[in-house]
Design a protein around this ligand. Structure first.
Ligand code: SF4
Length: 362
């Protein structure tokens, strides 16, 4: 590529706080013309991993960048990958050796959706979750969150949609705001806010911030039990930010933006699948402002390494009945499609298996 190539639309304003912003200001302060930064962005979009391979840039500038920022601006490398017909799953490692999971699902319609991690491990201790057993190792930086999507492993294929549903509680990590800025930036990610889903167990203050800053991002709030005491056993964060506080945020959001919101309900056999639960869930939704804008995604519990061993997977029939009975009471409800149980695609599972294997080899 020569200087004449038009790269002017490429990320003129990189997201605040990420490495690209640092590189841009470094180049500016060094008196290097701005198109050099955009040539670098172009190289990254073409699948370049190391500065030395950014052939659009002159060699002395590549060397200058290496001495200033290290060999690569991409902070993740691949430890393991697994593929099935519908799912590709990657275990990445950060420069600090933290391991995180990313899953790309392929749907029959040709649609692709990427499930990304926001933290390595998680400190919120939900009793049904494999990631909880690891505890919180670190909040991912915005660059680490973005690299899961932009990594050259995917061969320049950006997913049609992105979901913060991998390891970690997305709203416990403020860096997701910078990452969303990068995903939606024109000339970079270019992904519509509507195609980004943030899933949360209910981090109410940051949920409020999210809906104000990115009102078109899709929100999924985990309910898992309509009863506060039981919900706190499943999701201890209930004790700090109760479901009612989170629903209050969502009600104001629905009022202001007329947008649909999703409530996740993880169905666990004999725990939260009784008539009493179903009726209380229906009443809860009907008591919201515009209940027709609330959609319940019922998820079948998969036995997870490190989760409470008393929890059991419900039968396929049990889950279908639960969904049908919600629907018969006027609630919008569907069963969430889950791919990849054969390759441990549930959140935290691949990491747990990797650690198990590693310890077994010692
Ligand atoms: S379900 Fe989410 S918030 Fe709860 S422990 Fe697992 S990763 Fe953390």
């Amino acid at each position: 590529m020569t200087q004449k190539m038009n790269v002017s639309g490429l990320l003129p304003n990189p997201p605040t706080g990420g490495i690209l912003e640092n590189i841009q200001s470094y180049l500016k302060n060094s008196g290097i013309p701005s198109y050099r930064f955009q040539q670098l962005v172009y190289s990254l979009q073409q699948g370049c991993i190391d500065f030395k391979d950014a052939k659009e840039l002159p060699k002395p500038l590549r060397e200058q960048l290496i001495s200033e920022f290290g060999t690569t601006p991409i902070p993740l490398h691949i430890i393991e990958s697994h593929s099935s017909k519908q799912v590709e799953k990657v275990l990445f490692e950060t420069k600090a050796k933290a391991k995180i999971e990313t899953v790309l699902s392929h749907y029959r319609t040709g649609w692709t959706s990427m499930c990304i991690s926001s933290q390595c491990g998680c400190g919120l201790g939900c009793s049904f979750c494999a990631t909880a057993a690891m505890g919180l190792m670190k909040n991912l930086t915005a660059d680490e969150i973005c690299a899961q999507v932009f990594h050259p492993y995917w061969q320049k294929r950006l997913p049609d949609s992105i979901a913060f549903m991998g390891m970690g509680e997305a709203l416990a990590n403020p860096n997701i705001f910078t990452a969303i800025e990068a995903f939606t930036a024109k000339g970079y990610g270019g992904i519509s806010q509507r195609r980004i889903t943030v899933s949360t167990v209910g981090f109410a203050p940051n949920l409020e911030q999210l809906v104000q800053k990115y009102p078109h991002v899709t929100i999924t709030l985990s309910v898992h039990s309509p009863f506060s005491k039981q919900r706190a056993e499943l999701i201890p964060l209930e004790n700090k930010f109760p479901l009612a506080d989170n629903l209050a945020v969502l009600n104001s959001y629905v009022k202001a933006f007329n947008r649909k919101v999703y409530l996740a309900y993880l169905l666990i056999k004999g725990i939260n699948d009784t008539d009493e639960h179903l009726n209380a869930l229906v009443d809860l939704i009907k008591s919201q402002y515009r209940p027709e804008l609330y959609h319940v995604s019922v998820i079948r519990y998969n036995n997870a390494l490190g989760a409470n061993p008393a929890y059991q997977q419900p039968s396929a029939e049990g889950i279908s009945k639960f969904v049908e009975r919600l629907q018969s009471q006027g609630i919008h409800a569907t069963r969430r499609t889950q791919f990849g149980s054969g390759i441990e695609a549930a959140c935290g599972q691949l990491h747990a298996k990797y650690e198990q294997k590693r310890k077994g080899n010692k």
